[in-house]
Structures are given as C-alpha cells and as structure tokens.
Design a protein around this ligand. Structure first.
Ligand code: ADP
Ligand code: ZN
Ligand code: ZN
Length: 739
C-alpha cells in the first residue's frame, strides 16, 4: 500500500511514500504522517490518497510514523484545497498552510520529535460538601469572618439549599465575588467544607457574549417577509442569490430566519463577515437567538481556540450548527452546509492579498457551497459590480429591499464645497464651517456623530519648508506617516519606524511642517475646536486586539464618547442607535485613487458610512460630505442613494475600457532585490507572454508603489476576454514560467 502526500514544501505537486506493514490498516485519507525527505530531513505531511501501486521508476521511501488515530480533515476540504491550488495557481502545500490552524499544521520536524498534540484545558472548580447542620458550620467558622464570607458565597452560588446536586463553582470566580484569597479556601478544604476538583473546560470564550437566556427571533415585517419568500423562491433555480437591501433594511433579521430554517433541516450555516470588526455586534444578536449552537471564528483567536473549534466541527455529532467567521472560516471541517451567507459581500477584505493562495472569500464560498449542495446568499446595500452584473444577467437571483426598517428614512446627504470654504478662509484644520457647526449642534443635543477619514496616524506627509525634503521609507517607495502617540515616523507598508528628526537632514532647517490629516490629528483638532466633543478613535492603531475593539464599541454604545473617528472600519455594519450625523472629511481622496474600482469603492464607502446615521424610528440621519468638486456625478449618485444608476454608469465605463466584469484581469508581479535585473526579467517574461497573448499583455511597468521591503516590483497585466478558457490560460502561464 502507498500513500499520496501533501508536504509543506513550495513545489506544486504531491509525493508518494510506502506504508510499512502494520500501518496499512489504520492509515486513512486526512491523517498526518511523518516521512523522511531529502538527505536528512523529516517532514510531516497529510495523506490525500491511498494507492495500491507506486508509480514506475521512482524511488519510494517508507512512512516513518502515523500521527493521528482519525482524519483531521474531511473529503470536501481536500477537494476544495485541490480546486484552490489549481485555480489560483499555487502549490497545494501553500493552500494547506493557509487552511490548517498552526497546531495541526505539518511542519519540518526532527526525527522522532512530534509536536505536542491538542491538550484539553483544565480549570479548578470548588464543590461544596454539605454537613447536616448548617448552624454547626457557622459555629465552626465564627472566629474567621473571611472564611464565613467565602462559605456564604459558595452556599449562594452553588444553589446548595435548593438543588439536589449543587453546582460546582469556578475557583477564580468564587474568590473574586467573595473577595477572599486562596488561604481562606485552603482552610475551608481542611475543615472538610468543600473540595477542589479539576475539570476540563472549553477554551472558546463565549461567556462574554452571554445574554439572559435565549430570546425569540423578531417577526419579519411585511416587506421583509416578501423578500424572504423571494429568496427561497430564487434558491429553487439559482445556487447564488444577491440580496440588495439598503442599509438598515433588516437584512440581518432575514439572515436569522433563513438560518433557523436551515438548522431545522439538520444542516449547518456559515455566515461570513469581512473582518473581525463586524463580529462583535452581530455576535450578540445571533447569540441571543441561537445561543451556543453558534461559534465565532476570526483572525484574533488563539491557536488552541482555533484547534478546539476545528476539533468540535470534526465530530459527526457536533453541536455546532452556525459559524460566524471571516474569510478563513471557509477552510473549517463542515459536516453538511445548507447555506452560506456572505454579508457585506462587496468588501475588499474578502480578498486575501498575501501570501498565496490569493483567494477571494466570496468566490470560494460559492465553490464550497457547491461541494455541499448548499445555497449562497450574498448580502449588501452596495453590491460589488461583479455580483450586480451577474444578477442582471440572471446568473444569480436578485432580491431587493428598498426601504429601511420601520419607515425610518434614508439619511439626507449634503455636499460641502471645500473650494468655497477655502476661498472664504473658513477652514479650520480639516473642518469646513458647515461640518463643524452641524457637529456642534448634534453633540449639544446629546446625540452622536461618526467621522470618516481614510488615513490613520497624525500626519501623512512631513515636509521641510525650505528645501522640500520629506522623510521616506528606506525599504519602500512611500513617504512616512507621523504618529503622535508613539512620536515616530512610520511606514504603513513594512512597519519601519524612525524618530522625528530634530532638523531637516538635508538642509539643517529645524522646522519641519506637517501636512494632511490622519485620524489622530483629526481627533486632536476636533477636541480643540469643539470642547463638547469626546472623541474616540477607531483604526488599526487602536484596535490591536479583539478586546480593544470591543471596548471601543462598548464605550461608544454607552455614550462615554460622542464622536467616533475612524478609517474604513467605521463603514462596516455598525448599528448604533444615537448616531445622527456622519461626516466624510475628504471625498476627493477616495475618488482619485488610480484603480479602475476607485469610483465603485468610493460610492460603497460613502453610502455605507452614511448608512450608520439615523438608524432608529423618529430620527433624521444626516451625511455631510466634504469635497472639492460639488458637481461630480458620483457624489450626486451618493446623495440620491442611487446604487443602480451608479452601477449603470460604472458598468458602461468598464465595458468601454475593457475592465472586469467584461474581461478577466490576471496580474503578474515580479519581485527582485535588484531593480535592473527585475526589470529585464519582467520584459523577457512579458515578451514570452506576447507570443501567445498578443495585445492582451499590458506592461511591464512599475506599480504606484514600486518598492516594498527592499524588493523592486514589476507588474504585468493580462487582460483576457471573459469567455476565454481559463484552464488553457493557466497552462500557458505555467509553461512560460517553467521555461
Ligand atoms: P441591515 O442588516 O439591513 O443593516 P438590520 O437587520 O441591522 O439591517 O436592521 C436594522 C435595525 O432594525 C436593527 O436594529 C434591527 O434589530 C431592527 N429591525 C429590523 N427588522 C426588524 C424586525 N422585523 N423586527 C424588529 N426589529 C427589526
Ligand atoms: Zn530642508
Ligand atoms: Zn517601508
């Protein structure tokens, strides 16, 4: 018997090994094995096939050890890995690296030394030992008030007086509520009043989302019920349906009803969200209805937590029916999915940029669903033009919700001309008088506001006024951003940091000017201009951990703060009841981005962030957009909340200039340490491509940011007709690469 293995090596193929006697019976697809590799290496790999015969003419070595008693993967997962390796043209070893939690991940090991396996987490619990006469007990404790306190707490918490079998209480919790220490606990144990026992506990921290028992799901409104029925109808002849519903129309409520339906059929649901930022509020809402049948999977979990979720899903009688997760949750071992919901499907963060596999979570969800015979619901107030186009072509079903829940009106959007404000010398830092006045009114009314600026840090550009010098990253082709909190200039591409220079290193001028406003500086300026403002900042600098993110949300929700200032994070699905106005500080910077998706993206960001305003009955939300060109067509589509008109004009442009979804773009990047050699190789590669693809090959050219982490970059774009056979394109690309 032989096995076909995936090994964690960057070679796009699998490897064959022989199973020695004794292992033949126990080996199965999806188990890990230890094998010799090269001269004196040992690798751990995963079995993806059992074969009776080795291929001819290759020397086959023996498997050293079988590491699992049962597979750690399901068949559909392996299928998906193979699909990804093929479609995104990367070694299957790289797919495996992305898919498995690192504690399950095969790696290079020394002979005989295997990584420690999953260890259940243990915790101490206190169990009360009840004597017949409570009075006697208190008598025994009367000289020690602290021990009495501790015993009372134990009596109360364990429900010993009401329950046949009293509850065990977590030791740390008991000590915390009774404000006693472990000395007192030891005394109680000595007196025979309680015992300490070690119990296995789950690592998955769900307690923080606990609510007081389950609550029934909201009834759908008439409009939502119609949409719900249309979705079910649409699923009969479409695998994928797009739910286009304006912000706050109740898409999430509809998702919950669909989930309930699918759970009723004994199947699982994966609900994908673009990033962890969205999970907090959503998690509370789902937890209230589905309790612990739902688990959350995101990038900030610890490794043991990941492994535990993985192991629980692997069990065939698993009690986990719903996963709420980010794009990587696509790789979990689902038993039988009935539905995948991709919320905010337009979000670019579904796309994995680096490292390989460079996959798109939304596209993969459709592939995964097909393997389970499941349906996919894409939800958004501002769908990606790709999905919208497919829905227009009837490749996807389309269901729309055009009004907000409970007759709440869409926020009224106004443009504020920065050119005018500048002319009248009314600008105060990044603020026009109009925005400042509106903020003042709102905050004095006791309401809240959100401000959106797509730059973090204090000042994105620093410049010497006498010679024009600006600090740049020595490793990347970008200028450095000043961060006030750390007092450092830092590179947002590679993390390089350097202190603020005492003088200009080029001319010696001691005064360097800061230009532009990042979120940090907006926070500072606002506080100076509006004393009533209590700002809170939400960007990647303030949301390092999930806890810090949750604290921010909680502080804003409890109104400790009244202005939330943030980067695109604030545009995503937040649902606060008291937010009355939303300000976009610099719309120009969103639209002038050199990318064919810039206008689509700008519309999505502005519409979404405005959608955070006035979400409850009886509230008029308002969006204020600062911009220089008040006649810009895109901005007027934002004012009218007219997604369809935006989609029509953008799609017409895309068709005219040959961009997706009318073509497929394949971007090929070449990176190298030496600029001229990288360039020469790129030219050679592009020429080879031109032999097969002719004028479909664009470039090579240096992208906008031409150097990152000391690597020079050259970009070649291959623009293929939509109908082109992608398999043969892939074969060509591989052949040219190999040559
Ligand atoms: P969306 O996901 O489209 O942005 P939500 O589902 O978050 O909209 O709904 C917006 C707000 O309205 C939420 O606070 C939600 O609880 C409330 N809501 C929506 N539909 C209903 C309903 N049928 N019953 C009760 N509350 C609802
Ligand atoms: Zn200078
Ligand atoms: Zn850098």
């Amino acid at each position: 018997m032989y096995v076909e293995l995936i090994l964690p090596v960057p070679v796009p193929r699998t490897f064959t090994y022989r199973l020695p006697d004794g292992m033949e019976l126990s080996a199965r697809v999806g188990m890990r094995v230890c094998v010799p590799f090269g001269k004196n290496h040992t690798y751990t790999g995963i079995i993806i096939g059992l074969i009776p015969k080795a291929p001819d003419g290759v020397e086959v070595k023996d498997v050293l050890q079988l590491l699992d008693d049962a597979p750690i993967l399901r068949n559909q997962q392996l299928n998906l890995w193979q699909w990804i390796a093929n479609y995104y043209m990367c070694p299957i070893g790289d797919v495996m690296k992305a898919a498995l939690p690192s504690e399950l991940k095969p790696e290079e090991g020394k002979q005989g030394v295997i990584r420690e396996d999953f260890k259940p987490k243990k915790k101490n619990f206190v169990r009360i030992v009840l004597k017949d006469e409570l009075a006697e007990v208190f008598d025994q404790l009367k000289r020690s008030p602290k021990q009495q306190l501790l015993f009372m707490a134990l009596l109360d918490r364990s429900h010993a007086l009401h329950k046949q079998v009293p509850d065990d209480i977590a030791q740390d919790e008991l000590l915390r509520v009774s404000e006693c220490g472990s000395e007192q606990l030891r005394e109680l144990v000595k007196k025979g009043l309680c015992q300490i026992i070690e119990q296995e506990v789950s690592r998955i921290d769900t307690g923080e989302y606990d609510t007081d028992g389950l609550q029934p799901i909201h009834d759908l409104t008439e409009m939502q019920r119609i949409a719900y029925r249309q979705i079910c109808q649409s699923f009969r002849d479409h695998q994928v349906t797009l739910l286009h519903g304006v912000t706050s129309s109740g898409k999430t409520e509809i998702y919950m009803h669909l989930m309930q339906e699918v759970l009723g059929q004994g199947r699982q649901v994966l609900m994908m969200v673009p990033e962890i930022a969205l999970t907090t509020q959503l998690c509370m809402r789902l937890r209230r209805v589905f309790g612990h049948r739902m688990l959350v999977y995101h990038s900030k979990l610890s490794e043991p937590e990941r492994v535990e979720i993985w192991r629980r899903l692997l069990q065939d009688n698993s009690d986990v029916d719903i996963i709420l997760g980010v794009r990587s949750s696509i790789f979990l071992p689902f038993r039988q999915l009935g539905l995948i919901i991709v919320d905010e499907e337009h979000e670019p963060s579904y796309k994995q940029q680096d490292p390989a596999p460079r996959y798109h979570g939304r596209d993969l969800s459709i592939v995964l669903a097909a393997k389970h015979g499941a349906k996919v619901l894409l939800g958004s107030a501002t769908p990606s033009l790709e999905s919208w186009y497919l829905a227009q072509q009837d490749k996807y079903g389309l269901v729309q919700l055009k009004e907000r829940h409970a007759g709440v009106s869409m926020p009224e959007i106004k443009l504020i001309s920065m050119t005018e404000a500048r002319k009248q010398q009314g600008l105060q830092g990044p603020f026009s008088p109009g925005l400042l006045a509106a903020l003042g009114r709102t905050l004095r009314d006791g309401k809240q506001a959100i401000l959106f600026q797509n730059r973090r840090g204090y000042s994105p550009i620093v410049e010497c006024q006498s010679c024009g010098w600006t600090p740049r990253c020595p490793r990347c082709d970008v200028s450095l951003t000043y961060h006030k909190r750390t007092r450092m200039l830092s590179c947002h591409y590679c993390g390089y940091q350097t202190p603020w220079p005492a003088q200009c290193p080029s001319c010696g001028n001691p005064r360097l000017e800061m230009q532009g406003f990042g979120t940090e500086r907006i926070e500072d300026t606002l506080q100076q201009l509006l004393p009533v403002a209590r700002p809170l900042r939400m960007d990647t600098d303030t949301t390092g951990s999930r806890k810090s993110y949750e604290r921010l949300i909680a502080d804003f929700e409890s109104r400790k703060s009244n202005v939330l200032i943030g980067t695109q994070m604030v545009s995503k699905g937040l649902d606060f009841s008291e937010v009355q106005i939303v300000g976009v500080l610099n719309a120009d910077s969103l639209m002038n981005f050199p990318d064919f998706r810039a206008h689509e993206r700008a519309f999505q960001l502005m519409e979404q962030v405005a959608g955070r305003a006035g979400r409850r009955e009886g509230q008029e939300g308002q969006g204020l957009i600062q911009c220089s060109d008040v006649r810009n067509r895109l901005l007027h589509q934002v004012i009218a909340h007219d997604y369809e008109s935006m989609a029509a004009t953008q799609l017409a442009d895309r068709q005219k200039y040959g961009y997706p979804p009318f073509t497929r773009l394949i971007a090929i990047y070449l990176k190298g340490r030496y600029e001229d050699r990288t360039r020469a190789l790129a030219i050679q590669y592009a020429d080879a491509l031109r032999n097969s693809f002719g004028s479909r090959v664009l470039g090579p050219e240096a992208p906008g940011i031409s150097r990152v982490k000391n690597f020079y970059i050259q970009q070649i774009i291959l623009k293929m007709e939509r109908e082109a056979n992608t398999t043969s394109v892939r074969q060509y690309l591989n052949a040219i690469y190999d040559a």
